[in-house]
Ligand binder design. Structure first.
Ligand SMILES: [Zn+2]
Length: 249
């Protein structure tokens, strides 16, 4: 039994008893963890908030138990609760969506500092940006990239031809990328996407978070990219995500 301290973002929360909750965090040093927070609902004081809020950044202390995936939360010190998210439904849904993505794509006790940093940065960005649409697209693409799911966007996955001069290509999740005009007839189940949108998605992969504020993409292109990403994510996870009902472009 050892006590650990780490940075953490609250992803999910369920009631366990009258005074306890099970809280899922994405942490910098331990990846996703589930903790039981006993007495947190009634406790008070600076270092023991009444309840841990979702989509909030904490410094936490927890006791790691052997042979179980449920650890004990002992302290959660608030770092940032992004107040601008709390009074804007559109921002709140977008932030909930990125938390759902992290929850679905990660395993317990499998840390990834790069993903933690992008998650933290995106949460702050959604909270302060006037239009967080591009930030959301970049998060989806960076998550896929960091976790090794990035598809091939530049060249046909069959004949390796560049898609640069084509107007529409097929994006095929099963084949892991785009198919050129001549190859797509041989494959089923893909979706047609304007190649311009595919190439913009590809360019967003390498974009640094600092340069993001200067990026402008027309809304119809954002919609095409998001359509492609949702189709691809559905194919990887084998399900649709809850937040898609609420996150509109
Ligand atoms: Zn081809």
């Amino acid at each position: 039994m050892s006590v650990f301290k780490t940075e953490a973002i609250a992803l999910g929360r369920t009631d366990y008893s009258d005074s306890s909750q099970i809280i899922t965090f994405y942490t910098r040093d331990h990846g996703k963890i589930h903790t039981i927070a006993k007495g947190f609902k009634r406790a008070s004081g600076r270092h023991s908030p009444k309840a841990v809020d979702l989509l909030t950044y904490y410094q936490i202390l927890f006791i790691k138990k052997e042979h179980t995936q449920l650890h004990t939360l002992t302290e959660a010190i608030l770092q940032d609760n992004y107040p601008l998210l709390r009074n804007n439904l559109d921002k709140y849904y977008k932030a909930s969506y990125i938390a759902e993505l992290v929850n679905e794509f990660t395993e317990e006790n499998d840390p990834c500092e790069q993903l933690f940093d992008v998650f933290l940065n995106t949460l702050a960005g959604i909270s302060t940006d006037t239009d967080a649409t591009i930030r959301l697209l970049v998060f989806e693409i960076k998550l896929l990239h960091i976790l090794g799911y990035l598809p091939e966007w530049r060249h046909c996955v069959n004949c390796k031809k560049s898609i640069r001069l084509m107007s529409r290509v097929q994006f095929n999740a099963k084949e892991g990328g785009v198919l050129c005009t001549s190859c797509q007839v041989k494959y089923r189940n893909g979706i047609l996407v304007p190649s311009g949108a595919v190439l913009i998605a590809e360019r967003l992969t390498g974009l640094t978070m600092q340069k993001l504020e200067r990026v402008k993409i027309q809304l119809p292109i954002c919609i095409e990219i998001e359509k492609m990403l949702r189709y691809y994510i559905t194919s990887i996870l084998n399900k649709k995500l809850n937040a898609w009902k609420y996150v509109k472009f």
